[in-house]
Design a protein around this ligand. Sequence first.
Ligand code: GLY
Ligand code: MN
Ligand code: MN
Length: 465
Amino acid sequence: MNTTVPTSVYAQRRARMAAQLGANGIALIPTAPERPRNRDSDFLYRHDSYFYYLTGFTEPNAWLVVTGDGTSTLFCQPKDLEREIWDGYRLGPEAAVGALNVDAALPVNELDEKLPQLLENRDTVWFPFAIHQGLEGRVAGWLNRVRARVRYGALCPEQQSDLCAILDEMRLVKDAHEQDIMRRAAAISARAHVRTMQACARMLRAGQDVREYHLDAELMHEFRMGGSQYPAYSSIVAAGANACVLHYRADVAPVRAGELVLIDAGCELDGYASDITRTFPADGKFTGPQRTLYDIVLASQEAAAAATKPGARFTDPHEAAVKVLTQGMLDVGLLDRNKVGTLEDAIEKRAYFPFYMHRTGHWLGMDVHDCGSYVEPGEVGTVSERKDPLSGEIIKNRPSRVLQPGMVLTIEPGIYVRPGEGVPEQFHHIGIRIEDDAIVTPQGCELITRGVPVKADEIEALMRG
Ligand code: GLY
Ligand code: MN
Ligand code: MN
């Protein structure tokens, strides 16, 4: 359980949600299931983010039920000495009321008996759609039990609504407690990147056989030493040409002097993710072509950060980054002006796409690709159509989300050069991404991951140390 956030904060979040359910609504929020890995071993348990947002409770086999009048009932594992000897401490329903600030708590084995009673005479049942396998079927089973009682005058809910619609909007703007945890997660991850860059250069100087997994181990060391529970996602440690594989993992490839290493890794702390990418020369010194492309990516990231401010659209940082990247590609000959035309033509045709094929950011929060609509809610009805210049597909555009203080997003432009016709050889197999996490502030944005340097000279100085 996260002890840094007072239980009143979770109670306030439940009250805000309850106020949107309608007086006769009811919300059901299960936590995540335990997942078997093989035979008797489970994957490391991770709670469900919606459930945790509303409770701060990290045990498996738990459900939260909230009614429109604001009453919260927790279903959790009952105390059981034998199970606790094997699996560890359980809070239990009796202690849960005080510890979690809920109105009532019941053993989870009573869920099937109690849910039809709780659903009776409600008009709308809310639950997260398409998140928990089998949940829709369980709700249908409970509703059937209510229906069996209608001839005695009971009312059965007639509407089912997606609770994500309410919770995603709440989670999109991070409160002060969330921002505090995210800053601390970011600081741990930044230290991990610093440690790993330095270890890489040191091991190479000592003549050791350095592999991607050695660098992964350095990251993990710092994450856990900082108190993080686990990585927020599978760390990418990509040596040399592997950096051009966007979803590469830390594998066994040798890390060689003269090549770049791309590391995309961030820890999860108390339920919140961080997400940092740095690209550095394995031996601490950029070659000329590496430095040329690195400085273009960094300039594009700076342009994107400057465009990350309240009132701007979510797509503005991407557009700012694309402009700088495409200009850079024209300047260094990755794009041929004779073929693609002016900067505006190249952007219009998406000529940069072979070298920059992803977006510049995503929401960040409890989940690394966090929830929250990318369309401005008041403008969903404003639809325009455009034809994608590469695929020919007709795409429906809606106005992008307007940034507000408290929203958190990543800024992560890159350039990835695979050999191809007309692609200058000096850039072949170079993959560079620079990623920082930004909290939107009233003035602009705060880059919370800059505990790890980003300028090429500063990275070189750090790696000499
Ligand atoms: N690490 C996942 C991402 O950058 O989106
Ligand atoms: Mn990211
Ligand atoms: Mn990342």
